[in-house]
Design a protein around this ligand. Structure first.
Ligand SMILES: [Zn+2]
Length: 170
């Protein structure tokens, strides 16, 4: 099936579909979805599936991934994004109920290499937390606890709002 898919896109001209297909074939999460790699699965959804991270920060650390190979969070469909986060909430609820070491939950999604995304297939981390477990955010050296000037916040907010409004028009 995958060979057919490769042939089909190869004859279509242009390298972008071929690169996309190769990414799909080699992607660790897509390989788990095709049962080519083992995974400790926790819940199967219509558009997403969830399994435990092979390098857990804590017991129960789970990943929720869309069934479709999508690299960036922003390219998920609204339905995929919705199921991703609803499944995250469901898992968090049951982790708190069942895991003795789960006092709290960190929900994390890295979009892009600069954000720390290591597998180029969008995924949401649900990480059970215990007080003093040592995991957490690392702030840049120039970070300050002083509130940002309101004018700066307003200027950035205005740019994002303008982009949103532009989308609504088109
Ligand atoms: Zn993938």
């Amino acid at each position: 099936m995958f060979r057919d898919r490769l042939t089909m896109v190869s004859s279509g001209g242009g390298n972008a579909p071929l690169i996309a297909t190769l990414a799909f074939m080699n992607c660790t999460f897509c390989r788990i979805l095709r049962n080519e790699l083992p995974a400790s699965r926790v819940v199967e959804g219509t558009l997403t599936t969830a399994f435990l991270d092979i390098h857990p920060v804590s017991p129960g650390h789970a990943l929720i991934v869309p069934r479709r190979h999508v690299e960036s969070f922003v390219d998920l469909s609204p339905e995929e994004a919705s199921e991703l986060f609803m499944t995250g909430q469901l898992l968090a609820t049951h982790m708190k109920k069942t895991l003795e070491t789960c006092e709290g939950i960190t929900v994390s999604l890295a979009d892009g290499v600069s954000a720390g995304q290591e597998v180029p297939h969008a995924h949401l981390h649900i990480i059970p937390r215990t007080l003093g477990d040592g995991f957490g955010w690392r702030f840049p050296a120039n970070y300050t606890s002083d509130a940002a000037p309101r004018a700066n916040l307003d200027a950035v907010a205005a740019r994002i709002r303008a982009s949103l409004n532009e989308c609504k028009k088109s």
